[in-house]
Design a protein around this ligand. Structure first.
Ligand SMILES: [Zn+2]
Length: 152
């Protein structure tokens, strides 16, 4: 089955690595430079200095959530987002953008609602949803569809 592995780019030497999803817990290393690969299993907070680099270098599905501590809707979907990050680790990376501390990204992406979700695969934007989905489980369906969609 093709879904048994993920393509992970090494942060150190930039090489792509094919990593078995069953081996994520054993801290897989880069086949080229032997650095431990960075495969987050929970959402990561974005910094605007590194945002574009993360966007451009993560070959699998990337979910960006624009959120705010004061957002009631964000609080409703956050446990689901954290679950996705854990269950789909390797195939999915979740980046959270705190709109209160990232004015530059808020302006650039014209964010008017929290949460706003933008989903990329291999650096290409495939989906954007402004505001909480009608059913929060819709988010899971969208992400699964995009993970299973081969863009490379
Ligand atoms: Zn490497």
């Amino acid at each position: 089955m093709s879904d048994d592995f993920a393509i992970i780019r090494c942060d150190t030497c930039r090489q792509l690595n094919r990593v078995s999803l069953g081996k994520l817990a054993s801290k897989p290393i880069c086949g080229t430079c032997k650095s431990v690969l960075d495969i987050p299993q929970e959402p990561v907070w974005a910094k605007h200095e590194t945002f574009d680099r993360v966007l451009a270098t993560w070959p699998e599905t990337l979910l960006v959530e624009f959120t705010a501590a004061s957002s009631v809707f964000s609080r409703i979907v956050d446990p689901l987002v954290s679950n996705l990050a854990r269950e789909k680790a390797g195939k999915l990376k979740v980046i959270k953008v705190d709109i209160d501390t990232n004015a530059y990204l808020v302006e650039r992406f014209k964010i008017e609602k929290t949460p706003t979700f933008i989903v990329y695969k291999n650096g290409v934007e495939l989906l954007r949803v402004d505001g909480a989905p009608k059913e929060k489980t819709d988010l899971v369906k969208w992400i699964e569809n995009i993970i299973n969609f081969k863009s490379y």
